[in-house]
Structure formats: C-alpha cells, structure tokens
Ligand binder design. Structure first.
Ligand code: GDP
Ligand code: MG
Length: 374
C-alpha cells in the first residue's frame, strides 16, 4: 500500500512553456494545464503558478465531475517523466478506467497547411453547438513548441478554444514519438473519463506518426488538398491506405474544380486499395473549412462509420486488439528502458559500441554480451 506521501507530488507541476504573447486565459485553455485560478500575480507583477498538491482522489474526483483544470493537470501528470509522477499517473489511469471507452475516437492527419486546425475549428464548433463535448489532442513530436504552430492554432481555433464544451491540448513539448504517443493515448483515456464524447487526435503527415495515431483511434480521417503533391501527402507512402475517410479541403471558389478532379481521381485509386476497416469502403469527399461547406457531410460520414462498425462488431474488436497491442508496446518500451538503464549495460555500452564500430566484435555477439550483463 503506498504511503500517503506517494499520493502527492514532491514538486508542484509546472508548465514547461507558456507562449510569451499569450495570457493566462490561453495558457489555461490551450497550453499546459494551468488553471487561471492557479496563476497569481506576485508583488513584482510576475505571474507565478501557485499549486496545491493533488491527491489521487482529487484527480479522480475532479475528472469525474468534469473539471477541466483538474483534467489539464492530470494530463500534465501523465506527461511528466518524473518517476513519482508516473506512479501516480498509473494509479489514476487504473482508477478512471471504468469511465473510459465511451467516445468516438477520431484521428486526423494531413500535411502542414492542409487545414487541419481550421477544419477542427469549423467541425468542432458545430459539434459543440450540437451538445457534443469535444477534446482535441495533438501528436506532433517534431513540434518544438517554439510558438509558431501553437500560436497559429490559437488564432485558427479561437472560437473553439473558448467554447465550454471544448478542450484543446497541444502535443507534449518533448519526447520521442513513442513517448508522445503513449502520453497522447493516456490523455485520450483521461478525456473520455472526463466525459468528452468526441476525441480528435491530430497529427502531421510525416509517416510513422500516422501509424501510431491509427493505432489509438477508431476512425482515421485524412485531410488533403488538391495539387498538394502526391508524394508529400502520403499517397505513395501508403498513408492514405490507413484512412477511413479522405476529405479534400479548400474546395471552394477557384479551387473547387481542381478539388472535384482530385476527388474523382482519388475515388478511382481507392477502388483498387484494400480499405483499413473491414466492411467499410473509404469514401473521398470535399469540404471547405473556410466556408464550412461539406463539414456537416463529412461528420455524417464519420457517424455512419461508427454506426456501421459498431453494428458489425468491428469497432469493438479493433479496440480490443488495440488495447492488447498497446500492452505489448508498453512491455517493449519498459524492457528497453530497463535494459539501457541497467548499471551493467551502462558500464559497458560505450566500449562494446566501439568494438562493433571497428569490427572487433560481431554485432550479434555484442548484443548477447550486453544482454547478459543487464
Ligand atoms: N481557402 C481555404 N483556406 C483554408 C481552408 N482551410 C484552411 N485554410 C488555410 O490554410 C492555411 C493552413 O491552415 P491550418 O488550419 O493551419 O492547417 P494545418 O497546418 O493543417 O493545421 C491557413 O492559412 C488557413 O486559413 C479552406 O477550406 N479554404
Ligand atoms: Mg495545425
């Protein structure tokens, strides 16, 4: 039984980074999980976070009553690499598990500039107006969070970020793809526990990201632009083969004919591909996130997807498979970490690397010898 102390952080959780130009309001809604009530002005006028440590009960109760500032802090907790935070995060995830699984998990991909953020703003405001509660999570390990894209999102998702039914969380600021993905998956579960019935996991179209996001969502939507370049948009990399729905965005005005042609071409291509979801043929649509045209139709297709896959049981079986694969991925990650952190390996690793690099030891012998010293 963990002691009482284990239930608390030894350090207050603090945001790693808050955009200079952004006020506490934005910080609380969109950034690192600081609630504006946590920000107090000191005598010097500097803003300093004042945090009460939260127990596992505080986190679980806060999430249960849909307190977004507690949810944001819980996500900060799971994003923390500190051992004591990770232990607490695991307890919290186990606690809220019965409340999870009730959302439509939707992945969204597309090259930078395809209009993902604008699309989420347009779609999200509609969903929220219809009474949905929407969480938007970003998986973008390449984002350095130097401000550019996040401040861009602040503008693009301005209305949505202020909507009481919306919760927007950018990508964790550091970590490998695997690390970011783990955190995003756990963040998704926390959002579900906090009663969000639609969770959009957004990622940029650079290959491995999509595969990772695909493995944590039910429905995967790919946003494309006509004339965006097949290669960069992943047509030749097979990313579109992961998609349950392809939407050509920016299909308005002068661009409409080009989008129409691209859509027709895509339909022909899709005809020859094996769709990623059994019993569901991937459609290609057009929309304009700017004018809002085609957005309700795209959402209707997403709803159809859920109705179809739920009725056939494909949705449930995909989730079961995903959970088991996820467990295996965690085993691998944990073994790897333990291996490289073991004193025996740390003591010998560099020398063994040198020996392999200079051909004094075969890689297989070296690997086996490191494993036996772990
Ligand atoms: N004309 C037009 N521009 C759009 C549309 N959707 C997004 N944009 C613009 O495309 C640019 C990139 O959009 P953004 O949402 O940031 O793309 P992201 O990088 O995929 O998130 C911005 O200048 C948007 O205003 C659209 O439907 N039509
Ligand atoms: Mg964006």
């Amino acid at each position: 039984m963990p002691s009482h102390k284990d239930h608390e952080h030894s350090h207050p959780l603090r945001p790693d980074w808050v955009p200079e130009q952004a006020g506490p309001e934005f910080a609380s809604r969109v950034m690192q999980g600081v609630s504006s009530s946590d920000i107090v002005s000191s005598k010097s006028g500097m803003q300093t976070p004042r945090r009460r440590r939260l127990s596992i009960d505080d986190y679980a109760d806060g999430i249960g009553r849909r307190d977004t500032s507690i949810l944001a802090r819980a996500i900060t907790l799971i994003e923390s690499n500190a051992t004591e935070h990770q232990a607490l995060a695991q307890q919290l995830l186990a606690r809220v598990l019965p409340l999870t699984g009730r959302s439509m998990r939707v992945g969204l991909t597309g090259i930078p500039g395809a209009g993902k953020s604008t699309f989420v703003e347009a779609l999200g405001n509609r969903l929220c107006a219809d009474g949905h509660r929407l969480a938007v999570l970003a998986v973008d390990p390449s984002s350095t969070i130097t401000g550019g894209s996040i401040l861009g999102d602040k503008v693009r998702m301005e209305k949505l970020s202020r909507h009481p039914n919306a919760f927007i969380r950018p990508s964790p600021s550091s970590g490998s793809l695997g690390g970011v993905a783990r955190k995003s998956r756990e963040a998704l579960l926390l959002c579900e526990a906090a009663g969000y019935d639609v969770v959009i996991v957004e990622t940029v179209g650079v290959g491995q990201n999509e595969v990772t996001v695909r493995s944590m969502v039910d429905c995967f939507l790919m946003l494309m632009i006509s004339g965006g370049g097949d290669e960069v948009q992943g047509i030749k990399k097979g990313i579109m083969e992961l998609a349950d729905l392809i939407v050509f965005n920016k299909a308005e005005g002068d661009n409409r004919p080009r989008a129409t042609a691209a859509q027709a071409e895509m339909k022909r291509v899709l005809h020859y591909l094996q769709p990623p979801t059994k019993g569901w043929a991937t459609p290609a649509l057009m929309a304009s996130s700017r004018t809002g045209d085609g957005i309700p139709e795209a959402w209707k297709v997403v709803e159809d997807f859920f109705a179809t896959t739920r009725a056939s049981g494909v949705l449930q079986s995909r989730r079961r498979t995903q959970a088991v694969e996820w467990m295996h991925a965690l085993v691998m990650e944990s073994l790897r970490t333990r291996f490289y952190q073991s004193p025996g390996v740390q003591a010998r690793l560099e020398a063994v690397e040198q020996a392999v690099a200079h051909g004094r030891m075969p890689p297989l012998t070296a690997a086996m010898s490191l494993i036996s010293s772990a």
